[in-house]
Design a protein. Structure first.
Length: 205
């Protein structure tokens, strides 16, 4: 792809680094921004700069937040003894959109995948186990994607906490095997949370 401007080429190259954005789409987006009033484009760049520089991760659940403790963890009306364990921030958003869950979350930041070089110590597992050890939690809901990596991660955490007096459950398999939570429709995902099953039962299926 030939460019008449090095500045344009640089902007297209950076835009094309985004997931699902090829060079042609990146060029179309950059040209669109170029046609907008300068003030609007600068607002976008400033918003991205502020997000990158000032965004935080909740000190309790590791969700994205503007402050040290996210709004969900700081909400006194949430059930502090019920924690839904998810892989990623996108999963928190997906479950929140169902309006079916009133507990807290714990974002692992990934799932165990030896093929990708990701082990338990690369995830936010230790802080979750500490919460259980302190007796702050009565039930953990495993809401990871129903893949081999997700099931491996669930089982690893289960083994770490099985000696403590805590209920472990997993979302019902209304979510198809191999599906990611973020792509599930809200009704199916909401019902999967409500109709969760004991984790031990899922090991036998």
């Amino acid at each position: 792809m030939e460019f008449s401007s090095k500045l344009l080429e640089s902007a297209v190259n950076e835009m094309s680094q985004l997931p699902g954005i090829g060079k042609r789409t990146a060029l179309r987006l950059v040209l669109h921004l170029l046609r907008q009033p300068e003030e609007q484009t600068l607002k976008l760049s400033k918003a991205l700069e502020n997000m990158r520089s000032h965004i935080k991760f909740c000190t309790s659940c590791h969700n994205i937040s503007d402050v040290d403790l996210c709004e969900i963890c700081a909400n006194p009306h949430r059930n502090q003894e019920l924690i839904c364990v998810v892989e990623d921030v996108k999963d928190v958003m997906a479950i929140e959109n169902t309006s079916s869950f009133r507990g807290l979350y714990h974002v692992l930041g990934g799932k165990i995948s030896p093929m990708d070089g990701v082990g338990p110590h690369d995830l936010n597992v230790t802080s979750l186990v500490e919460k259980v050890k302190l007796g702050q939690v009565k039930e953990l809901i495993f809401a990871l994607s129903s893949t081999m990596e997700g099931d491996t991660t669930n089982f690893y955490i289960f083994k770490q906490i099985q000696d403590y007096n805590i209920i472990t459950s997993t979302i019902a398999r209304g979510i198809s095997v191999g599906d990611e939570l973020e792509y599930a429709d809200e009704i199916t995902l909401g019902r999967s949370i409500i109709n969760r099953i004991p984790f031990e039962t899922s090991l036998k299926s």
